[in-house]
Design a binder for this molecule. Structure first.
Ligand SMILES: [Zn+2]
Length: 337
């Protein structure tokens, strides 16, 4: 039997950049789990359907968290006394190593998915760890919760501590296994190719990941030009590359399939031009950029170039899963800039 009902309240949504649609005391009509439309009055044909009345409350769409690290959830609010590279080594890598243990992963990931939902986030783009089984379990937990997500098994085969460094071949094979097994397993939960960032991936690994993304038409996520120390390290590793983003591009990881790059605090003009040319999305993480002293991303300048930008909580260098909080801090830092 078909289900048909309406919810009533003060509806606010943003169909396009810079424009709020407001429908006071309006109706959202839902048929078989899909929204038919938003109406200020109910049409004659809907006059007998059930109406759930939320009175004077606001009705808004679920939040999308465009950049979040699920395994870092136990570290939330901790260890924010360092910049990116020492922060990773001191706090993040030791925590991420724990996900070799599937019981630990189950415990944390269950709580993580639940708390995303509790914060009103219904879609997320998520980093897991290098561990294949824990990443698969995270995808299953999202599906069981009815939430939508792109979930990435992280790839790291250089400049990483021994306890969190993969063999190149293993990293490629594990990624391929997840892409094949989970590509069509769920409607709302999908794999995403996730090289952690250039410093922790060999050219050989990046090349293989680019090929997998292209062959299986899988999107890509990573980090770009977040912090001075990181950018200097990338220059040392790739002295011939004109700029950071060109390295991802060389290996097919920069917009050849839909791509999200997190941060982009310190992009050069050439790098911004390539972001525009390749249609790369940016995940803006203002909490994290403050907490790790990375700086203020020039979002107005990037928006004016037509780059699509969304917000990320970036837990745990971001200290809260709340996307409402991310909206507030994004506004605040843009005023300081
Ligand atoms: Zn991140």
């Amino acid at each position: 039997m078909k289900s048909l009902f309406a919810v009533k309240g003060n509806i606010i949504f943003t169909k396009e950049l810079g424009k709020f649609e407001v429908c006071e005391k309006g109706y959202i009509v839902v048929e078989d789990d899909e929204i038919v439309g938003v109406f200020s009055e109910l049409d004659e044909k809907y006059k007998d359907i059930e109406v759930i009345d939320y009175g004077d409350n606001l009705l808004i769409p679920g939040f999308v968290d465009l950049h979040v690290h699920a395994p870092q959830y136990p570290n939330i609010g901790l260890g924010l006394d360092k910049e990116l590279m020492p922060w990773l080594e001191t706090y993040t890598f030791p925590e991420e190593a724990k996900y070799k243990d599937l019981c630990y992963a189950e415990k944390v990931y269950s709580r993580f998915v639940h708390d995303l939902w509790k914060n009103g986030t219904t879609r997320a783009v998520v980093f897991g760890t290098i561990h294949k089984e824990a990443t698969k379990r995270l995808m299953d937990l999202f599906a069981e919760a009815g939430l939508g997500a792109y979930v990435g098994k992280v790839n790291m085969d250089r400049n990483s501590p021994e306890f969190l460094c993969e063999e190149t071949e293993q990293s490629i094979n594990d990624t391929l296994e997840i892409v094949k097994e989970y590509g069509n397993k769920y409607e709302l939960v999908k794999p995403i190719i996730t090289p952690r960032f250039v410093p922790s991936c060999t050219p050989e690994l990046m090349e293989a990941l680019g090929k997998i993304a292209k062959e299986y038409q899988v999107p890509v996520q990573s980090h770009l030009s977040e912090n001075f120390g990181e950018i200097c390290f990338v220059k040392e590793l790739h002295p011939d590359a004109p700029f950071y983003g060109s390295i991802y591009d060389k290996y097919g990881l920069f917009g050849d399939t839909p791509t999200i790059m997190a941060h982009c605090v310190l992009c050069s003009e050439d790098e911004v031009n390539l972001l525009v040319e390749k249609g790369v999305f940016i995940a803006h993480n203002p909490n994290s950029n403050c907490n790790l002293a990375s700086g203020i991303a020039p979002i107005r300048r990037l928006l004016s170039r037509g780059i699509p930008i969304g917000l990320g909580s970036d837990v745990s260098s971001g200290h809260t899963l709340s996307m409402a909080n991310a909206c507030v801090i994004a506004s605040q830092v843009s005023k300081i800039k």
